[in-house]
Design a protein around this ligand. Structure first.
Ligand SMILES: [Zn+2]
Length: 222
């Protein structure tokens, strides 16, 4: 079966900021984050895991949107309710009204999501058949939980509304391909290597930049 995978999420056109313990949209202006097909050459899950400071996370969330839908406060501002997509927001939440609330997410949720993806990817690349199978099942469940299937010609298109779902599909593809993950010797950022990725073998550097940089640094030391 041929599968087309689509991410159909929204991000704030003005990015997100960190307010107290939350990542919040800076304005109501939004634009789609569209991605077709998981691409192990440039996987979102690796970008997410490498966003290991608040500043880097703000860059990531501004580029790709909040990872698991978003929270909005009820009109009485008492509780926060989670929505997966802007079109799910009922009228009474008054998104777009002058006193309406902006979509936000708690920092804890984002850091927890990152930890979950880290563990999932660790099992996915463990070379242990039992752990890999468990990781594959978990990744598929999370990816398909809110997925919307449709037929496109003779193929199946699966549209997912959240980054988490899309990244889980990437992890599933890592397992399918038997790809691996490693930290760069120079900058410590993670990168994928093996089938389906841009790199065929281990290598020790994440990029040509780091390889050249490390080479220069070692010359300077001589
Ligand atoms: Zn590097």
């Amino acid at each position: 079966m041929d599968l087309i995978l689509r991410l159909d999420a929204k991000r704030c056109a003005d990015g997100v900021g960190r307010v107290r313990r939350q990542f919040s949209w800076r304005s109501r202006r939004h634009e789609p984050v569209v991605r077709e097909a998981a691409d192990l050459g440039n996987p979102l899950v690796i970008h997410f895991l490498n966003a290991n400071t608040n500043d880097k996370l703000i860059d990531f969330l501004s580029t790709f949107g909040l990872p698991g839908g978003f929270l909005l406060r009820t009109p009485e501002k008492r509780a926060a309710v989670r929505f997966l997509s802007l079109s799910d927001v009922p009228e009474e939440f008054r998104l777009g009204a002058p006193d309406g609330d902006l979509p936000f997410e708690s920092s804890t949720f984002v850091w927890d999501a990152q930890e979950e993806m880290r563990l999932l990817l660790r099992d996915a690349t463990s070379d242990n058949a039992v752990r890999m199978e468990k990781a594959a099942t978990r990744a598929l469940r999370l990816a398909c939980r809110d997925a919307d299937p449709s037929a496109v010609g003779r193929r199946v298109a699966l549209t997912v509304p959240t980054l988490i779902a899309f990244m889980c599909f990437e992890v599933y593809m890592v397992i399918e391909n038997g790809a691996h993950v490693a930290p760069c010797t120079r900058c410590k950022l993670l990168f994928l290597y093996g089938k389906g990725t841009e790199r065929r073998s281990t290598g020790t550097y994440c990029s040509a930049n780091c390889r050249v940089g490390a080479h220069r640094e070692s010359k300077r030391r001589d």
